[in-house]
Write a protein that binds this ligand. Structure first.
Ligand SMILES: [Zn+2]
Length: 491
């Protein structure tokens, strides 16, 4: 999960540090089998309250079709905890809070050969950060010595101080309930250390990650007692002693003993690959945001990076949101109070699976191909896209236009911010706020011209994929009529 206010400069700096951390060993020789033992996606179903069992089953089917065998399902805040109802009160309309469908969903995953890891953040983020509503004394302390301010994505609350015994017992019991009572067949845990803040109280400070580690250790042991050998994914912050930079604070990683049963998770923004740890771990997984942004080149770059640092898995994000933001989360106040549209694809009826829409099929296919062969050429990917999505008689123009649709949908995207062409109201709000300069208007008019051409060119295509592409392009073009079109005008 990426916190929203990471500056571009800091993001690039963190990425540069990650690049320096790359192992210098030679890349392993190519093998006949899959490059990565663990393949699949990182998902946050807790932030998609409108997607029920049917849409989530379809998602698992898609993962199986993409050659995946693993899925991270972030569930904290998205299940109806009996012990801690405050953790889901903000999310009471969520389909899983209402219908409790995750247990059958996990059985479906197993039918498709997919292992399911339950995601949560110790002492922060969704669900957990609601506990201070009842226990304000557990709030973490900021660098100024005062209780932290509220923060979140979808679920706004406060991170907890891990040095407080009540916070630790809450964490252990909340996770135990999720794993044992609600999802007893889940295959493991994904313990995502917070990427935005630590606690600066006198008991934490430089020992913050030691306190968090104690809880992670206890939660892992409890899970392994019940399911020996289960996959438990943790962040490297407890073991490396590295200096960590988050947007709200800095921290030093702990130097706790590493249990080789753990799998490690590395990201471009918050956890640089660490070769010595990777060499010890049961598995190591790399993540990036590329599939959720329709960024085919970055999917390839992610697969190459994962291989170069000897990760055993590449599990990028395919997350989408459908909640109603209660706060301005990414500097776009117009979005507050409006339901998020999964991937900005407003032509998909609410509550139905978005994962088979053509641009996502392109991103998923790119993931499937690059996770098999990170060095696949652009031409070979185009051929795979063409053949599968448009049929044997596919044309270069079809694939070129599909790539353009992916670029349009990925333009200026952020976790909760849709691409401009999907959402004229957002663009109008930016213009009203003086945040849509002439260059951007020209750029967006150019995109609009291209989607109109795509709609026109493929409307009568012999290929169903071609006509589908025309339908999506036409939907985009249709958003820009009348007053909306004036938003892009220079006058
Ligand atoms: Zn503390």
């Amino acid at each position: 999960m990426i916190q929203p206010r990471l500056s571009r400069r800091r993001f690039l700096a963190t990425t540069a540090v990650a690049a320096l951390g790359v192992a210098t060993r030679a890349a392993p020789a190519p093998t006949a089998g899959p490059v990565f033992a663990q393949r699949g996606y990182y998902l946050l179903p807790n932030r998609a309250p409108t997607l029920g069992l049917s849409a989530n089953r379809d998602l698992l089917d898609c993962i199986a079709e993409d050659g995946g065998n693993t899925v991270i399902l972030w569930l904290a805040g998205g299940f109806k905890s009996r012990k801690f109802p405050i953790t889901w009160a903000y999310n009471e309309t969520h389909e899983n809070v209402r219908r409790d469908f995750v247990a059958p969903l996990i059985r479906h995953a197993h039918d498709r050969g997919i292992q399911v890891l339950l995601g949560f953040t110790p002492f922060g983020y969704d669900g957990v950060n609601q506990y201070p509503l009842e226990h304000p004394e557990l709030k973490a302390v900021g660098p100024d010595g005062r209780p932290v301010a509220g923060f979140g994505i979808h679920c706004w609350g406060w991170n907890l101080c891990p040095a407080k015994a009540t916070a630790r017992s809450f964490m252990r019991e909340y996770v135990r309930e999720m794993a044992e009572d609600f999802c007893p067949e889940a295959d493991g845990l994904f313990i995502e250390s917070s990427d935005y803040a630590i606690c600066h109280c006198p008991d934490c400070g430089p020992r913050f990650f030691d306190h968090e580690f104690a809880c992670v250790r206890a939660i892992s042991d409890t899970f392994w007692q019940r399911r020996p050998g289960a996959t438990i994914v943790v962040y490297p912050h407890y073991f490396s002693g590295a200096k960590l930079k988050f947007s709200f604070s800095e921290a030093v990683a702990a130097k706790q003993p590493f249990d080789p049963r753990w799998t490690l998770f590395f990201t471009p923004h918050s956890a640089a690959p660490e070769p010595q740890l990777i060499a010890q771990a049961k598995g190591s997984w790399w993540w990036n945001e590329a599939p959720s942004r329709f960024d085919l080149a970055k999917i390839q770059a992610g697969a190459q990076k994962a291989r170069s640092v000897h990760c055993t898995g590449f599990l990028p994000s395919l997350e989408c949101y459908s909640y109603v933001p209660t706060h301005d989360e990414f500097g776009e106040p117009w979005l507050t109070g409006r339901r998020q549209v999964p991937f900005g694809m407003g032509w998909v009826p609410e509550g139905t699976s978005p994962y088979r829409e053509l641009p996502l099929r392109a991103a998923r296919l790119a993931y499937r191909e690059f996770s098999r062969d990170p060095d696949l050429t652009e031409g070979a990917l185009d051929e795979a896209l063409g053949r599968e999505l448009f049929g044997r008689a596919w044309t270069v123009a079809q694939v070129r236009d599909l790539r353009e649709l992916c670029r349009v949908l990925g333009t200026d995207r952020n976790w909760t911010v849709p691409a401009p062409l999907t959402t004229p109201g957002l663009v109008a709000a930016r213009r009203a706020a003086g945040r849509l300069d002439a260059a951007k208007r020209t750029f967006l008019r150019g995109q609009l011209d291209r989607v109109r051409s795509i709609a026109e060119a493929h409307r009568n295509s012999a290929s169903p994929g071609g006509r589908d592409m025309a339908r999506i392009a036409q939907w985009l073009a249709d958003q820009w009529r009348g007053a909306n079109l004036q938003t892009l005008a220079d006058a």
